[in-house]
Design a binder for this molecule. Structure first.
Ligand code: AMP
Ligand code: ZN
Length: 465
């Protein structure tokens, strides 16, 4: 039985889906005005691990992740770059999807964009107006938090004690003098051509309303799991609850699952101290996406994760050990096995699952996996493993990997996405007869451990070693 820590109750609780066999899960996605950074990917990998483990346990998961493609930041950036909002957000949505792929984060079933759900948001706001929970001012429509009895139940803030400056992350348009938050922002000249003509006036949505409107549209008014980073607990998720529950009269979400923060070399990531990294920054430095995924995943999601370059080297070594193990299993040709094998297999499955069942204790799960690898390696080295058992272990490793997402099933010739990207760039260079660049790219690929051969069917990539 899987237990998950629920921010709402501050306890680990046995997880049971509302509808048998299927889990409805919502993850707050990126604001698409720039490339996502590794802190963001910590959050998405934490959700991915949870989703993958639910699937491992035989559940179906319907997963929704929103794309915030209209807010202060996106509008500001599009104005700075003098391009249409959509051009900007399309560019970063595309980049985001590429990054998800590079990190082997399984895509959500639906990636709703805020700008494509204005109608649903307006409907929700109209409901809140009708209920007298929302009110109009001259610059927008606000949510009156005093009208919602449950306000503060997630973050455990009490209204009377809330200071205006106490917000972890304030919506730039929240009213400074109170905690009431904007549902709808009437059009201002700074917004340029970004506005919608609607029943509730000309303008654009506040930040929180999109997640209420889109989660309820795709998952229903009451669903199983909502995830995000701890910074979103307040005000974002508190406000989502207030909006949704006031409108529906139902409990919004059963399990609120929040990941802790990522630090880089022990410090809060920031551009000014030079420890700010997008995924692309790290790939350009030659780091392997699998190692990055491993490092982002291997710390329990409710602990702070200290991202270091040493740690990244360690992650790379851990993956190399697993790759080598898979290769050895493939090569096993003996007829009989040591009697210990059966017990080791049984034990690793039990310990992996009991660790993951305990609020996704990935540290313990990985530790038991590596003990297993070490023990089986010893047996393989003594030529005491049968081809049949080796195959079975290989399959078991792939089952574990359906949770870990490390791509252990790669054939030796299959290259990771970042290598394939370089190969693609090299092809483009060759097509333009820029052979100098093509050769340079070949060297870069080689430096990362892969060889490109040009064949009649196009380039073929091989792992060196
Ligand atoms: P944002 O685009 O800022 O709304 O962030 C998207 C997701 O990334 C949210 O779930 C945030 O909580 C999460 N996030 C942002 N920065 C970090 C960080 N340094 N560590 C962990 N999660 C983060
Ligand atoms: Zn959200």
């Amino acid at each position: 039985m899987l237990k998950l820590y629920n921010t709402l109750t501050r306890r680990k609780e046995a997880f049971k889906p509302i509808k048998q066999g299927i889990v409805a899960m919502y993850t707050c996605g990126p604001t698409v005005y720039d490339y996502a950074h590794i802190g963001n990917f910590r959050a998405y990998i934490a959700s991915d691990l949870l989703k993958r483990y639910l699937i491992y346990k035989g559940l179906r998961v319907k997963h929704v992740m929103n794309l915030t493609d209209v807010d202060d930041k996106t509008i500001l950036r599009s104005r700075q770059e003098k391009i249409a909002l959509k051009e900007l957000t399309d560019r970063f949505i595309k980049a985001f999807f590429e990054d998800l792929k590079a990190l082997n984060i399984s895509p959500a079933d639906v990636f709703p964009r805020a700008t494509e759900h204005i109608k649903e948001m307006v409907e929700l706001i109209k409901k809140l107006l009708a209920l007298n929970i929302a009110y109009k001012t001259n610059d927008g429509i606000y949510y009156d938090i005093k009208k919602f009895k449950g306000y503060g139940k997630l973050s455990h803030f009490r209204i009377g004690k809330l200071k205006a400056g106490a917000r972890v992350r304030a919506d730039l348009y929240e009213k400074a003098q109170a905690q009431d938050f904007a549902l709808w922002k009437f059009h201002t000249p700074e917004d340029g051509d970004v506005f919608w003509q609607t029943d509730i006036g000309q303008g654009r949505p506040g930040w929180h309303i999109e997640c209420s409107a889109m989660s309820m549209k795709y998952l229903g008014e009451h669903f199983d799991i909502h995830t995000g980073g701890v910074d979103l607990i307040f005000p974002h998720h508190e406000n989502e609850i207030a909006q949704s529950e006031a409108a529906s009269g139902k409990k919004f979400v059963n399990f609120w699952v929040h990941n802790e923060w990522l630090l880089v070399e022990g410090k809060k990531m920031s551009k000014s101290i030079g420890n700010f990294y997008t995924l692309r920054d790290l790939l350009a430095k030659g780091y392997d996406a699998r190692a990055i995924r491993y490092l982002l995943m291997a710390t329990h999601y409710r602990q702070q994760l200290n991202f270091t370059f040493n740690g990244l080297d360690g992650a790379r070594a851990a993956i190399a050990r697993l790759d080598e193990f898979m290769l050895k299993l493939k090569r096993a040709r003996e007829e009989e096995s040591d009697k210990k094998v059966y017990g080791l297999v049984k034990k690793v499955r039990e310990s992996f699952e009991s660790a993951m069942d305990d609020d996704l204790d990935i540290g313990k799960a990985l530790a038991s996996l590596f003990v297993f690898v070490r023990e089986i390696n010893k047996i393989i080295d003594k030529r005491k493993i049968s081809e049949r058992d080796a195959k079975e272990i290989y399959t078991l490793m792939l089952e574990f990997d359906s949770v870990l997402g490390l791509g252990l099933d790669r054939e030796e010739t299959k290259a990771p996405p970042e290598i394939l990207k370089l190969v693609e760039e090299r092809e483009k260079a060759r097509a333009k007869k820029n052979f100098k660049l093509a050769d340079k790219l070949r060297e870069q690929i080689k430096a990362r451990g892969y060889l490109v051969e040009d064949t009649e069917q196009g380039p073929r990539v091989k792992r060196i070693k």
